[in-house]
Design a protein around this ligand. Structure first.
Ligand SMILES: NC(=O)c1ccc[n+]([C@@H]2O[C@H](COP(=O)([O-])OP(=O)(O)OC[C@H]3O[C@@H](n4cnc5c(N)ncnc54)[C@H](O)[C@@H]3O)[C@@H](O)[C@H]2O)c1
Ligand SMILES: [Zn+2]
Length: 375
């Protein structure tokens, strides 16, 4: 970490810097004034982030006042080829050139989509990410992975495309709802679990509604994400650490959007995934029982239980097989050796996955019986 200007903390994530602190927006303003003509700046956001965060961005970065905002509908459905087509057309109609700059102001949907647009429009224009959701700040905006959903599969099409910078302005979180906040907290918990036990315990004990208290923890999570990306920008090895909770989590997320189930947010699915994969870590003789108990009580206390039954196991395993991360046929998990330490590529059988799902359902029932007075 190097301090580049007063009150700005700088980290490096593979091919791009990430800036944090009280002065990141003035810093962005200085950079943009120097780098990009106002007529060639475009701000991409969803209707909510443009309403809640654009006025503050413009107050700090007046250079963007003439940039016409490109507005998408909030939600995952905007990560589509149809929306890309509309934005490519929009940029072309306004004669955006190779020297144009796209400012992605929003959560992970905006940075994934905007990064993909920036990487593809006229073979590539520049972009910066200004994350506004907690998920965006600690995870999605960092590391250069961009993409959209296609053929019914999340993130099927995309590219590695580094932003020129990521500017994390924590006060944007003031308007973020509680459910979305907890969604991002799941990734912060994961950062601690795979890399930093002190961070895990600090997140576990933090008053999560207090943005001020959260700020220091966000800085730490960003530092961890950056360090892991630095070790392995293109996800050949070390970056797999960040997959803890995600092998089962992705399947649960996809499953929850099928049929009559309620849709889980990504972080909510990862929280369930971390319970299941924590148990697998114990089952494989890696994690001790005491640590597993702490993890389970924590996650079940923070996130609502996800209801599914025996018949769903087959579908969940099938969804896991479709996940590109398991292309070799067997399952390879990132598991915990300890709180704060993970191991990648641990082989796990489908039967063990099924056992982990059974264990989760049992836990949820047990938790409800002890914590819900009506049960
Ligand atoms: N590229 C990566 O490395 C990576 C990593 C993690 C997640 N992702 C992607 O990120 C997406 C999820 O990100 P997300 O959870 O930020 O979703 P999102 O972008 O849909 O944002 C969630 C919701 O919060 C709202 N919101 C955002 N900022 C707000 C603010 N300051 N005030 C009020 N409302 C605000 C949005 O309008 C939206 O309704 C998924 O598509 C996922 O695949 C990508
Ligand atoms: Zn994730």
């Amino acid at each position: 970490m190097t301090a580049s200007s007063k009150d700005v903390e700088e980290h490096w994530a593979g091919g791009h810097p990430v800036y944090l602190g009280a002065n990141v927006l003035p810093m962005l303003a200085r950079w943009i004034e120097f780098e990009a003509p106002p007529t060639q700046c475009y701000v991409l956001g969803d209707s909510t982030t443009l309403r809640n965060c654009l006025p503050e961005l413009l107050a700090f970065v007046p250079h963007l006042q003439h940039a016409e905002p490109i507005e998408i509908t909030p939600g995952e459905a905007s990560k589509s080829i149809e929306v890309c087509n509309a934005i490519w057309g929009h940029l072309s109609d306004r004669e955006a050139e190779r020297g144009a700059l796209l400012v992605n102001l929003g959560g992970g949907v905006v940075s994934d989509l905007g990064g993909f647009i920036a990487g593809t429009y006229k073979r590539g224009i520049r972009h910066v990410n200004v994350p506004t959701s907690l998920m965006g700040m600690v995870d999605a905006s960092i590391g250069g992975k961009t993409g959209i959903d296609a053929a019914g599969i999340k993130n099927l099409v995309g590219l590695f495309r580094d932003p020129l910078g990521v500017y994390v302005h924590v006060p944007f979180l003031r308007t973020l709802g509680k459910r979305e906040l907890l969604n991002g907290v799941a990734e912060m918990i994961k950062h601690g679990l795979v890399r930093d036990a002190d961070h895990y315990h600090a997140v576990r004990e933090a008053p999560l509604h207090d943005i001020g208290a959260l700020a220091a923890l966000i800085h730490r999570s960003v530092a961890i994400k950056c360090a892991v990306v630095n070790d392995d920008p293109h996800e050949h090895g070390a970056r797999k650490l960040l997959n803890f909770g995600h092998t089962i989590g992705h399947a649960l997320e996809a499953h929850s959007w099928e049929s009559q189930h309620r849709g889980l947010l990504h972080g909510e699915a990862v929280a369930v995934g971390m319970v299941c994969e924590g148990w697998l870590s114990w089952r494989q003789g890696l994690l001790d029982r005491g640590s597993l108990d702490v993890l389970e009580a924590h996650l079940l206390g923070l996130y609502k239980g996800y209801a599914f039954n025996d018949d769903d196991h087959h579908r969940l395993v099938e969804l896991m097989r479709n996940d590109k991360k398991n292309a070799d046929g067997g399952f390879r998990f990132t598991l915990l050796r300890n709180i704060g330490q993970a191991v990648v590529d641990v082989p796990v059988s489908a039967a063990q996955v099924s056992e982990a799902l059974d264990h989760y359902r049992l836990l949820v029932r047990h938790h409800a019986a002890h914590h819900d007075p009506e049960a």
